[in-house]
Design a protein around this ligand. Sequence first.
Ligand code: EPU
Length: 285
Amino acid sequence: DEIDAKLYEPMRRHTTMLVGGPAQFWIEPHSFGAFAAVVNHCRERGIALRVVGRGSNLLVRDGGMRGAVVHPSGGVFSECRVEDGKVIAGAGVRLKKVASVAQAAGIGGFEWMEGIPGNVGGALRMNAGAMGTETFDQVASVTFLDEDGEIRVRSRDEIVANYRDVPELRRNFALQAVFEGKPDTAEAIQGRWDASRSKRRTSQPVAASAGCIFKNPTETPAGKLVDELGLKGCNEGKARVSEVHGNFIVNGGGATASEVLAVIERIKAAARESRGIELETEVKV
Ligand code: EPU
């Protein structure tokens, strides 16, 4: 009961883009020990290994994923609680849940998380952000499985967090984090929550997507660039650049990964040719 597993589990069920072929071994560990056992087993035997959270920043190819796809969920991974004014959350907790647990405890600063479709583990890995705040602005410490197979805790100042990338968590997997905010009134927190939600509702699409596809290059926001290139609404099959925001590719229903990749390539080529800008995907392909 510490592990559930399935063979050839379709990844379109586990990504917000609703795209992707089967995972050869889909494994859901529910305890730190089970997670470590699976990861260490794969490492010792050279079995391909990917850890996947909510799959909101992930494009899985139509051929699927070889080896083990580990999805921390249930048990300690789904626990979220407040202790000494801090929020402790497992890797499998949704960011929206972190925000609402903080709000209920009168801890402010988490409102930007209300619309992020990801889990804590993925948000730590990529230093997810919105509304001018990033995950690591609020991290106090992270518990992770080290490359040598040991579970360790590291404090915020021992971790380098860049824009949408935390190099250390490429091969060390986050298991749990302690987050900090500031005590605030329910009204103030609700106000910022509503502001974040309404900005998101008017500027981002509701259709199935993987969030922003590209990192913002230094020159200009990627969405603005796509917009200026006149590519909003362009499509390959059922994959289409959102009319609402140029940095989102939406699944119009039954899109394939190759269609999404073709749209990505089309945007990259146009940005390169007409503006000399080399776009880099934020989404993991
Ligand atoms: N813009 C356009 N046309 C568009 C889209 C945007 O002209 O189609 C303009 C906007 O008017 C604005 C500027 O581009 O002047 C920036 O747009 P926006 O405020 O929407 O922010 P963004 O830089 O496109 C970033 C993050 C989002 C996050 C929002 C809100 C990245 C790659 N994106 O988007 O994060 O939700 O700010 O804080 O850093 C994600 O990472 O998946 C993501 C969605």
